[in-house]
Design a protein around this ligand. Sequence first.
Ligand SMILES: *[C@@H]1O[C@H](CO)[C@@H](O)[C@H](O)[C@H]1NC(C)=O
Ligand SMILES: *[C@@H]1O[C@H](CO)[C@@H](O)[C@H](O)[C@H]1NC(C)=O
Length: 311
Amino acid sequence: MKSSLKYFVLLLCLKFIEGSFRCDYEYSSKAQAWFKSVVVPANWFDARLRCSQEGAVLASPKTPEILAEMRNIMNRSNPEYEIFTGIHATVSQGDYYTIEGTPLSNILVPWSKNEPDNKDNVESCITLNGNGELADRPCEVTRPYICYRPESSQVEVSECGTIDPDYHLDKRTNKCYKFHTEPRNFSRAFLACSAEGGHLAIINSDAEATVLKEIYAKYPDAKLLGNFRKDLAFIGFHDWGERWVYRTIHGETLKEAGYNKFSPGEPTNIPEQTCGGIYRTGLLLDLWCDRPAAFFCEKSPGYPVVCRASP
Ligand SMILES: *[C@@H]1O[C@H](CO)[C@@H](O)[C@H](O)[C@H]1NC(C)=O
Ligand SMILES: *[C@@H]1O[C@H](CO)[C@@H](O)[C@H](O)[C@H]1NC(C)=O
């Protein structure tokens, strides 16, 4: 109780600090923004998605200050390499904009030698190299990248340690939950929870199953838009490629995790149904991994840690 009180006070303080964001980002006072360098290369589409799900955007050198910070970051990791920027023409070939909508013509960064060349007419994404020069590349190649979030004093960090207002703390389990109403396949659902600093929900007790059931009840079918099954949602277990043996995404059997109540007739163990789900009743089932469904994320209130902008 004492420690949870301390925690609460800490969170209360955080809530009113202007300009806070997750600590895996670094604040630059010159650029007045938060930056995170992602060294594992990804194609442009995945890079964009990951930044956006973390509450940021794929960084573009929109201003000299941002360019300087991007070059700083690159210089620290691998100056010879190039990274993806947010500048792209993926919607209409040749119409280049940053993610935020700044046209390429407003970006005052020189091109690298012999660039842009739109080689083979397939280059719609723009990279930045260690000399601070741009080049056009196919969006499907993989490059490291930087996520960027402009400073904004309106941000309020919730008791869930996130700026995402859809995470709510449940006192019974002392964890935060978010129900995603936009359906994704299992892999994309996993990514979404992970990028938000959490993971697909793992049920550790009957009480936690009740918590999810109650959250689900707040989203009747009519609130879930689109053509997909509304009576079931993904949670964090699957068969890890071994048929009929279900384990949580953290590697425990369901029994070890603390909850293994399947709905009558489930699991069906149909070969393609190898991912875990929950019915509105709170009982479990096996689901098609590749068919989009709504899903539950869970995160601990203290992760990722929230930092304040330091001058
Ligand atoms: C990169 O780092 C080196 C060594 O710290 C430094 O001398 C150089 O000026 C840096 N270059 C840029 C563009 O920041
Ligand atoms: C999941 O969805 C994404 C995006 O729609 C797609 O690229 C990916 O191939 C899908 N994965 C599976 C296993 O169906």
